[in-house]
Design a protein around this ligand. Structure first.
Ligand code: TYD
Length: 203
């Protein structure tokens, strides 16, 4: 049996990545996954790490994200892929590099080493970065309640966005940047054009 394909959607909050990730997973019959919080333990970690009222250092925040990722990888993502099922995840290791590394200033080399410990060899086949300028994301955001990240300042979100773009430049073979500014349908068409070039195991 061939291994499933592992796709990840990344981007700043309200970039439209979640919509695309869910759509692609449904269309391809792949497992939809997300971080943080996609397991019972992860849901507890998510509650802690997003709670704007809980004070924690950027290092603690990183380690909670990585604990969620390690558990998610070993109990959900890797077993699905090994069983031949493709997985589409809304966020993965690059979120920690972008938000905690570029955004909060946690040392990137240390984050990469900890990431290797958390995910082992389970690296995405392709990461699709849905890139939008901050103003566009801000217009799309629904403000009912703001978590720790949504309430962070604009400069933080700009560092996260630029961090993602830098990561994409560093890994051209496994990253694609898609302009997320056009309509949802236009973005979907661009995503589908990229995905049509991949070798899906069940085809
Ligand atoms: P997400 O669930 O994608 O956002 P939403 O609430 O819009 O659906 O992610 C929640 C927040 O967690 C988001 O602001 C990004 C942040 N995050 C990190 O800072 N580091 C990480 O490693 C991950 C996975 C998420």
């Amino acid at each position: 049996m061939s291994r499933g394909l592992f796709l990840v959607f990344e981007g700043i909050d309200a970039s439209g990545k979640s919509t695309q990730a869910r759509r692609v997973a449904a269309q391809r019959g792949a497992l939809f996954a997300f971080e943080p919080g996609d397991t019972p333990m992860g849901a507890e970690l998510r509650r802690w790490v997003l709670d704007a009222a809980t004070r924690m250092t950027p290092t603690t925040e990183s380690l909670l994200m990585l604990a969620d990722r390690s558990h998610h990888t070993t109990t959900v993502i890797e077993p699905a892929l090994a069983g031949g099922r493709s997985v589409v995840s809304d966020r993965y290791y690059a979120s920690t590099l972008a938000y905690q590394g570029y955004g909060r200033g946690v040392d990137l080399a240390e984050l990469r080493a900890a990431t290797a410990m958390a995910i082992g060899s389970c690296v995405p086949d392709l990461t699709l970065l849905i890139d939008v300028p901050l103003e566009v994301a801000d217009e799309r955001r629904v403000r009912n309640h703001e978590d720790r990240f949504e309430s962070a300042d604009l400069a933080f979100h700009e560092r996260v966005r630029q961090g993602y773009l830098e990561l994409a430049v560093q890994g051209p073979d496994r990253w694609v940047v898609i302009d997320g500014t056009p309509s949802e349908d236009d973005v979907a068409a661009r995503v589908d054009a990229v995905l049509a070039t991949l070798a899906w195991p069940d085809e």
